[in-house]
Design a protein around this ligand. Structure first.
Ligand SMILES: NC(=O)c1ccc[n+]([C@@H]2O[C@H](COP(=O)([O-])OP(=O)(O)OC[C@H]3O[C@@H](n4cnc5c(N)ncnc54)[C@H](O)[C@@H]3O)[C@@H](O)[C@H]2O)c1
Length: 414
């Protein structure tokens, strides 16, 4: 029988260790007194020495006042604390007499493992980042019925160790979960953005509740049930590909109008401002990336492939391309668009016969792929060798003589 160790037997660790104990021999250590019918609670040296696998489930606490129970958005943002994780790692180094398979469960911000932890763990140990999607009150059920199991490795490869961990979990699972293997940083991201997506969803649902209470004749459940069953767009995969921002004649404008309504009904906060502000800053960030790419390459001119808010239509209303263009102009850059259909031909050219930094704003497969209709992606002009093509959708294949930059995939660029 495999020997599994747990460092940290708190709200998460103890229940998880007990689930493991249904299948394996489990020993656990905590700095506070703990007891269990199935987990052998021992000193740290025994746990480390006797365990092939060591799971770290110690706290990564926030500073006082940063738990969300009181206003905190006006306060200086702070990272979580990492002392307990570092302490657990040092204890493993100190007590291990052989190589260990170390698995960190604790929640940390993206980049933390690589920056702070891996350098501290003795190199002869193996390491995985494996955060859990678990809620209080249902730890044991959540543990064996996860939506997915995230396993982070250094390069994002499904290493032999990652496969071994999957094999360790398989007999424990009551469902047949997805096993997602990514870099440490990707798994840190999946975990924390999974949580913040839920925050955003709850915020939106509760916002409708606020409107229902003030406008009258609205049962929020009728509205949210209808939206929740809208699996075509809202709850399905659609709009879950990062790229150009939300655009068009309706979405941005609706948010802007709702800002007014929020004020009119004294909702007390302005989530639409946040959404729109984020959209603008995201566009500004993309513009800055284009400028930096240009400057790093002899000040190549910048061309945006697509001016209308999406391919195959003429409408430039609410276009994210022109929003990016606005920020490019703030950097003092002249912006050119290539778009044969655009109904606003300002700064639109039909061809560009020199190397350029090209933003591939339009992608037919992204926009229309869900319809099932075969949408081949034709380019609006011929890209000149020496061009750098910034693909915000990360879908382009190699283009002869050009460099394709998959904006949003930082795996190979850092
Ligand atoms: N509670 C959850 O639902 C949940 C879900 C997913 C992830 N997480 C994450 O898991 C981690 C642990 O969360 P928790 O809710 O179990 O916290 P907790 O505070 O309830 O438990 C942590 C345990 O670790 C012990 N501990 C502290 N420092 C230690 C050390 N240096 N060595 C050994 N033991 C030590 C504490 O005494 C405590 O029993 C956190 O990073 C948290 O964000 C928690």
């Amino acid at each position: 029988m495999k020997n599994v160790g747990f460092i940290g037997l708190g709200k998460l660790g103890l229940d998880c260790a007990e689930v493991f104990a249904q299948h394996y021999k489990v020993r656990g250590f905590d700095i506070s007194a703990r007891s269990s019918d199935t987990v052998e609670v021992c000193d740290i040296a025994t746990v480390v020495d006797h365990s092939e696998w060591i799971f770290i489930a110690v706290p990564t606490p926030h500073e006082q006042g940063y738990d969300g129970s009181v206003p905190s958005s006006h306060m200086e943002p702070r990272d979580f604390g990492h002392d307990a994780v570092l302490d657990a790692i040092r204890n493993i180094n100190h007590h291990a007499r052989a190589s260990k398979k170390v698995v960190l469960i604790s929640t940390v911000l993206p980049g933390t493992t690589r920056r702070k932890f891996i350098t501290e763990l003795d190199a002869h140990h193996q390491f995985l980042y494996n955060p859990y999607l678990i809620a209080m009150g249902s730890v044991k059920w959540d543990m064996v019925n996860p939506e997915m199991v995230m396993i982070g490795t250094r390069d994002g490869d499904r290493t032999a160790l990652a496969s071994e961990l999957i094999d360790l979990y398989r007999p424990m699972m009551a469902n047949d979960p997805r096993y997602v293997v990514g870099t440490w940083d990707e798994c840190e991201s999946i975990k924390i953005f999974y949580n913040t997506f839920i925050s955003a969803k709850v915020g939106l649902a509760n916002m409708i509740q606020d409107f229902a209470m003030r406008i009258g004749n609205i049962n929020v459940d009728v509205v949210t049930d209808a939206l929740a069953q809208s699996t075509m767009r809202i709850m399905g995969r659609k709009y879950m590909t990062a790229g150009m921002g939300d655009a068009g004649a309706c979405h941005p404008r609706d948010n802007i109008a709702l800002r007014w309504l929020a004020k009119e009904y004294a909702i007390g906060y302005d989530m639409f401002d946040t959404i729109m502000h984020a959209r603008e800053v995201q566009a500004a960030n993309l513009a800055q990336f284009l400028v930096e790419t240009s400057e790093a390459n002899g000040n190549l001119p910048i061309v945006i492939h697509g001016k209308a808010y999406k391919p195959d239509v003429p409408y430039c209303i609410g276009s994210y391309s022109t929003l990016v263009g606005y920020y490019l102009e703030q950097h003092g850059r002249h912006v050119m668009y290539v778009d044969p259909l655009a109904d606003d031909q300002t700064d639109v050219i039909s061809d560009f016969q020199k190397p350029a930094v090209i933003l591939m704003a339009h992608n037919r497969v992204i926009t229309y792929g869900y319809t099932g209709v075969d949408q081949e992606d034709a380019h609006y002009f011929e890209f000149q060798p020496g061009s750098i093509i910034v693909d915000p959708w990360r879908k382009l294949d190699a283009v002869a003589g050009c460099r394709v930059v998959p904006y949003g995939n930082s795996r190979h660029t850092t």
